[in-house]
Design a protein around this ligand. Sequence first.
Ligand code: KG4
Ligand code: ZN
Length: 337
Amino acid sequence: MITLGIESSCDETGIALYQMGKGLLAHALHTQIPLHQEYGGVVPELASRDHVQRMIPLIRRVLQDAGITLQQVNAIAYTQGPGLGGALLVGASVANALAFALDLPTIAIHHLEGHLLSPLLSDPAPEFPFVALLVSGGHTQLMRVDGVGEYQLLGETLDDAAGEAFDKSAKLLGLGYPGGPALAALAKLGRPNQYKLPRPMLRSGDFDFSFSGLKTAVLTAVKNSDNAPQTKADIAYAAQEAIIDVLAHKARAALAHTSLTQLVVAGGVGANTLLRERLTRDIEQRGGRVFYPDLAFCTDNGAMIAFAGALRLAKQQGDKNYQFNVKARWNLAELQH
Ligand code: KG4
Ligand code: ZN
């Protein structure tokens, strides 16, 4: 069974083909980063229009790369939400139109489920059950994962997501979009112990997060600084440290609480090298193991949607009614098994 996966929830058009038993056949990604860069963030209308232009050529390309025809595809999975409404509609429309024309089932996928399951695409892959730390631009959650569709929320951010904390701190430091990688790069030039920034809710005893106070602290530090390049690097260093400290501390606590040993890290912030190093060190010291998606599948991509679709299809979860809607907001905990 071959599943075509379509991701268009934000500023990346991701297309992939996944075959059960064989693995990923091909994947392609078009990023809109240069398109939005001059605006300092994603412009939803431009995002939708770009998805419209890129989607069909990318589908053609993955079919060609995999050496198959559209007629060999057995099902079409697409991101139904959460994300930008217009952008999601492009993927949903293409998926349903194609599936209708080819008489194939469609599978509507939750974007975060895609991220959550993406480490299973890697070798070695984790085995259920595991704890997942989901750190994307819009979400920061710790989940207990017992199987496909069996997700129990342990804790989440009460305000900004970790990715937002990276992005907003980067903006305050005058760095471009997307802020996460830019802040991480600047932090490499920073010195330790120059700035002490808060670690919100570090000792709250639960698995929730709060990052909005950090943003305010970064703002104050920037305002009171001499704006010299070294100072900015020192602030970036401290901001990254603060975010990583909280994430690592809570992830460790969630493993201890669930008595599980495997941690899976997914979502764009999972591409952060320092976060990876810190988590691996902390958790392996305690006899646990950390799994990450390949770097290409950390940020948004089509492979995770094709893969989640294939797993759902194996649970008989596709349908042919082609009455689609998209969900700009959608809580993962509401997802049916
Ligand atoms: O998962 P993702 O690609 O999109 C969403 O579903 O939101 O995550 C994007 C987020 C952005 O906030 C971006 O700044 C952050 O991931 N990010 C990083 C790094 N690469 C991407 N944050 C820190 N360090 C990175 N290397
Ligand atoms: Zn994402």
